[in-house]
Design a protein around this ligand. Structure first.
Ligand code: 5GP
Length: 139
């Protein structure tokens, strides 16, 4: 298993393709998922290369989880959410499609199922939702 530096998230990190950015620090970067399965569905990635959880260093995992917690609090606030589902997939058999470690943050409400995968976002709506999260982060 090797790291392919041409994966989509590596291109986002290099600024080669656009994204709706929410947050970054020295070690991590956060942006909206373009096929959101819930309002506020976003992704936390390390800035340094690793394919997934299996080859990640303890430092990469710790940095990501620190950011996951911070963004999850902001999502709870921004969407008046009642819970957060955290998803993280490894290798094709584990459901992974993009081979740069990432954690999905999915704000949840009682009784509301996740939307099916593969549905492209309306970019105006995605931006409105990102604005809500950015505002909550600034509070
Ligand atoms: P996974 O590898 O965990 O199965 O899923 C990859 C996730 O990346 C999917 O939820 C998909 O919607 C998202 N995704 C794929 N391509 C892009 C992209 O170009 N930009 C953004 N923001 N998200 C993407």
């Amino acid at each position: 298993m090797t790291y392919d530096s041409d994966n989509i998230f590596a291109k986002i990190l290099r600024g080669e393709i656009p994204c709706e950015k929410l947050y970054e620090d020295e070690e991590t970067f956060v942006f909206m998922d373009i096929m959101p399965r819930a309002d506020g569905h976003c992704l936390v990635i390390p800035k340094t290369p690793c394919r997934n959880m299996l080859d990640a260093s303890v430092e990469q995992l710790a940095a990501c989880l620190n950011t996951v917690q911070k963004i999850s609090h902001a999502c709870m606030d921004a969407f008046d959410a009642q819970g957060i589902t955290l998803q993280q997939f490894n290798e094709p058999a584990g459901g992974q499609e993009v081979y740069h470690l990432h954690f999905h943050i999915l704000p949840r409400h009682e009784g509301l199922k996740l939307r099916p995968p593969g549905q492209m976002a309306d970019f105006a709506v995605l931006k409105q939702q990102a604005d809500k999260i950015r505002k909550a982060l600034a509070r």
